[in-house]
Design a protein around this ligand. Structure first.
Ligand SMILES: [Fe+2]
Ligand SMILES: [Fe+2]
Length: 432
């Protein structure tokens, strides 16, 4: 075989490989383009949406999920006549509401966000919905089930931030497959590794596809949602735009902390990012009063709560480990968030407190008044769902967490004396 013939064969194989890979990567876009063309050619009244018109169709929890639900999706171009259409399963009567058309630009990429909240639904009822534009372009129908008072399954995903999101993608796929009755899924924060990097959000939103269109999502703000491309900090713009969680009544902190009801459970989602909000590397407005405002809000929220069960979701763990904050004490105990919020959880008889951030799982048992007490809330550190394992770093301290609580109390007197001696020694040194 001569050289030019061999070269032609290599080029042909390379072109075939590019076609196959390209076809796989853009399979959704190709499929939607073919379906749309077929509908236009055959004169169908309703035309399916192109992939670029219907990205990441997702349900987000509303305040009361027995009667309402928020629907979001994105498109590559502005669509001013975005609508959400819904109906009872088996009914021909549909209702339509308008959805927003909001441009959001981040990391050099612009997307158009469409969102709307369907209200006035009947509890414990099966609906279906679809999204679209004007009168003639529509997505497929997806199921929307309102909450009732029966027991339901929830999937809880801790930190999914990843270098390569394939493990996270597989976790969502497997867990959704194993739990087909999932009524709600929760992200505990650090959804992505870098909150400004567009490809990470696109990958994340693609990964939740086994659940997103048919099951409502509740998110929690994590510190990684606040990181900029150069690993400084900012307001979590992408996070706040992508997840239209229920309003909290505060314009400055809207969507950062919130609450919602699902069945017999009242969920309170906290923003535990005071450290990041006021860090010198945060180039946005600092919010030193954030926890004051949030404490006022949570007290009002819990006072008005009439649900049988109360669950708190917070990204930062209320227990303290020395490695968590530079310069933090080596004492294992409670961090600022624990000291601030745990007495409120006690006062309002919270049942369960879920946290994340440390990339490991621990069941700490029940704690009240900073001591083991079966009458207190149950504290669970939820683990990890991405590929950023910190297990080695967490090490033994976490294992000792529960035991040290009790130990610490006994040691208090001893510690006080020790601290006194250290102070005296320090003063002496300063004098020298
Ligand atoms: Fe994390
Ligand atoms: Fe974190």
């Amino acid at each position: 075989m001569n050289k030019s013939k061999l070269l032609k064969i290599i080029i042909a194989i390379a072109a075939l490989v590019v076609l196959v890979i390209g076809g796989y990567v853009y399979k959704d876009a190709i499929q939607s383009r073919i379906a749309r063309t077929a509908a236009v050619v055959s004169g169908q009244e309703i035309k399916p949406l192109l992939d670029s018109e219907s990205r990441y169709i997702r349900q987000i929890v509303a305040q009361d999920n027995s009667t309402s639900r928020t629907i979001m999706w994105q498109s590559d171009s502005s669509e001013v006549d975005a609508v959400i259409e819904y109906r009872l399963v088996g009914s021909d009567t549909t209702q339509t509401i308008r959805a927003t058309d909001k441009a959001f630009t981040d990391d050099g990429s612009t997307t158009y966000i469409h969102e709307g909240t369907v209200t006035g639904l009947t509890p414990n009822t099966k609906y279906e919905y679809r999204v679209g534009y004007g009168n003639d372009r529509r997505s497929d129908w997806y199921s929307l089930e309102t909450a009732g008072s029966s027991v339901y399954d929830v999937l809880i995903y801790p930190d999914s931030q990843s270098g390569d999101y394939s493990a996270w993608e597989q976790i969502v796929k497997d867990s959704a497959h194993r739990n087909p009755r999932t009524a709600l899924y929760i992200s505990m924060g650090d959804l992505v590794d870098n909150g400004e990097q567009d490809y990470q959000w696109r990958t994340w939103l693609n990964s939740i596809r086994p659940l997103s269109a048919n099951v409502p999502l509740a998110t929690t703000l994590g510190n990684h949602e606040m990181y900029t491309l150069d690993w400084k900090m900012r307001e979590p713009y992408a996070y706040l735009n992508y997840f239209a969680v229920p309003p909290n009544g505060n314009e400055i902190f809207n969507r950062r902390y919130y609450s919602y009801d699902f069945g017999d459970v009242h969920y309170v989602v906290l923003d535990t990012m005071l450290y990041e909000s006021n860090h010198e590397d945060n180039h946005d407005t600092h919010h030193p009063d954030m926890y004051d405002v949030e404490v006022q809000w949570i007290r009002q929220d819990l006072a008005a709560n009439t649900k049988k069960w109360t669950v708190v979701l917070m990204h930062r763990d209320p227990f303290q480990y020395a490695f968590d904050r530079p310069g933090a004490s080596r004492d294992v105990g409670f961090d600022d968030e624990g000291v601030l919020f745990m007495p409120i959880f006690d006062e309002f008889n919270v049942d369960l407190v879920l946290s994340a951030h440390l990339h490991t799982y621990r069941n700490r048992g029940h704690v009240r008044n900073f001591n083991r007490d079966p009458s207190g809330p149950l504290y669970i550190l939820t683990g990890i769902a991405g590929d950023r394992s910190e297990e080695r770093r967490v090490g033994k301290s976490v294992d000792l967490g529960g035991r040290r609580i009790i130990k610490k109390k006994k040691k208090n007197k001893k510690n006080k004396n020790k601290k006194k001696k250290q102070k005296i020694r320090k003063k002496k040194k300063q004098k020298i």
